[in-house]
Write a protein that binds this ligand. Structure first.
Ligand SMILES: [Mg+2]
Length: 263
């Protein structure tokens, strides 16, 4: 007999579970420990690569749960540290290589640059840049041309099934998929009784609106999100404290509210 999963938590990393400046999750430790006591699932959902998320997931002791990587372009199954047999990234690079050179030359992808250049593009230290370059599903990059050239570039890619998401810093190419697509597949597979999502940015909104409960974690480094669907009814709440501190308080609040807190 399998025990039903009572609670599944989906969480963004940067600015949500991880502190914006220090990348520490120490302040969320009490709530993480309470979730562990409940055998609740915690699914990390990030723009980071499988290589980056796998390292963090192991450090958090969450390797028994899947993780959503590269902004939902793919997922990292439980118990493994890398994605096996994914051909998405190689296919993307091949499609890029086949574009007319006048369009191709205006896109500077993570796979086009050296580690030192990637460090400059992302602000990551060399070890971090190396993990960010180990891609499985999507190719972020800088657009160096005009808006019209970008439209031509995207039309060529679209014809080959490639879509683009414009983020704060990078234009990210993939064969589709976002955080909420992956979330829905995972929820279907595990059928948890309750779901909660936590995030701090526009690319987390759909995820917060797709779960039973949501938490907008305060991030003083960006403009606050506009009111979300479900916020007026209290299905989605906002944390007062930023990052892991806000994460901790909001999670303990929901454990009380759902009467799941043993302590
Ligand atoms: Mg974030």
């Amino acid at each position: 007999m399998t025990i039903p999963l009572r609670l599944m938590v989906f969480t963004d990393l940067d600015g949500t579970l991880l502190d914006h400046d220090t990348y520490s999750w120490a302040a969320a430790q009490p709530a993480l420990a309470a979730l562990k006591d409940l055998s609740a699932a915690v699914v990390l959902a990030s723009s980071k690569t499988a290589a980056e998320v796998g390292t963090l997931r192991a450090a958090l002791g969450l390797q028994d749960w899947p993780a959503i990587v590269e902004n939902g372009a793919g997922h990292l199954p439980p118990g493994v540290s890398s994605v096996q047999g994914g051909s998405g990234y190689a296919d993307l690079r091949q499609i890029l290589a086949g574009l007319p050179p006048d369009l191709r030359q205006n896109f500077r992808g993570f796979g086009d640059v050296t580690l030192a250049q990637l460090g400059e593009m992302t602000g990551l230290p060399p070890a971090g840049a190396q993990l960010a370059q180990q891609r499985d599903f999507s190719e972020p990059g800088q657009w160096l041309g005009t808006v019209q050239q970008q439209a031509d570039f995207l039309t060529h890619l679209q014809a080959q099934g490639v879509s683009a998401q414009q983020g704060g810093r990078f234009l990210t190419l993939s064969f589709g998929g976002n955080k909420v697509d992956q979330l829905r597949k995972i929820v279907q597979r595990y059928a948890p009784q309750h779901t909660i999502a936590l995030g701090d940015a526009p690319n987390d909104v759909q995820m917060l609106e797709a779960t039973d409960f949501g938490v907008v974690v305060a991030n003083p480094h960006r403009a606050p999100l506009a009111p979300l669907q479900g916020e007026a009814e209290g299905r989605i709440i906002r944390s007062t404290a930023a990052g892991p501190q806000g994460w901790n308080a909001a999670m303990l609040h929901f454990l009380d509210r759902l009467q799941l807190n043993k302590g």
